[in-house]
Write a protein that binds this ligand. Sequence first.
Ligand SMILES: Cc1cc2nc3c(=O)[nH]c(=O)nc-3n(C[C@H](O)[C@H](O)[C@H](O)COP(=O)(O)O)c2cc1C
Length: 361
Amino acid sequence: MMSDIASSLNPAPTSEEWQRARSRLDKLWQRGADFLGTPYAILAGAMSWVSERHLVSAISNAGGFGVIACGAMEPARLAEEIAATRALTDRPFGVNLITMHPKLDELVQVCLDAKVGHIVLAGGIPPSAAIKAAKDGGAKVIGFAPALVLAKRLIKMGVDALVIEGAEAGGHIGPVSLTVLAQEILPHIQNVPVFVAGGLGRGDALVSYLEQGAAGGQFGTRFAAAEESIAHENFKKAFVRANARDATTSVQLDERFPVIPVRAISNEGGRKFVAHQADVIRRFQAGDLTREDAQLEIEHFWAGALRRAVIDGDVEEGSVMAGQSVGMVKSVQPVAQIIADLIDQAVIALIRQQRRMDADG
Ligand SMILES: Cc1cc2nc3c(=O)[nH]c(=O)nc-3n(C[C@H](O)[C@H](O)[C@H](O)COP(=O)(O)O)c2cc1C
């Protein structure tokens, strides 16, 4: 079925062209789709407070792969969220666990008890024991590789798939763009599927990474403001309003006091954070604070800030984590529409490519 997006192509695609490009897309992402057990290799990035039962099940029901963000949840709370998600979908979905969670082992066990097929271990190199426990329990493990050496190490440790996430992404980020990470990692890793993340807002961009060898794409920002997302109306409006350049990284004033790099929509909270750091550094220099206490004061500034933005709708003082692809969020759309648009854009990119090649020949 051709969509409104298809009308951007001139002349309009024939149904034969459409079918041919559609089946090429299926081939390009087949490895990723098979790994996830979904029709499409569209992996949803877990987003704390946002990726709960409603959004996760909507993504899986629409043919993508939803992932619950465990964040700081306690094991019992995670068990409840998994059960509630399963009540809303019979399709596969995963759970994202943060490796520094003090109850990581218990959380892995909760996933295994609930027969979650895929566990994403985020936030640093995961402990071998957690990878082994997850795999012995029958789950597939997905890890994050911020560099080629770490990708290789994770594969040796037993992960079944990797995500490489560029600095364009929303939330906690690494320093390197996806354009560069993809070139550094994709040509060298063939034995496990690699999903690309960070800055993906359209299907055409996904196609270019699939052609470089990616197995699929991970999208966060694109889904955060979906109709089914429980995020506060203000949070969704901030996404619709923002341009790419509004999604900036946290500012660090003094290298003695490191700030965790986070990409979020610039707001009053971000400006106050800079003033807060200046004040803490001044008190440290005056001898009123130890270095450790100064660092803690800086780190505590954002405690609870994502929840304030997502749940309470305080988009001025809270942390409105978003990637640069936020500029491509033009309205609040149902998840199924977002996925359909991504697929149409990918198919059109492939039709354009085919036409260029036919013209050359
Ligand atoms: C609001 C928000 C919260 C996020 N929370 C998490 C998280 O809890 N765990 C995680 O691994 N990644 C988290 N991420 C990153 C996403 O899972 C995903 O990798 C990222 O959004 C992909 O880049 P994109 O935003 O350009 O699509 C978050 C991203 C956003 C926008």
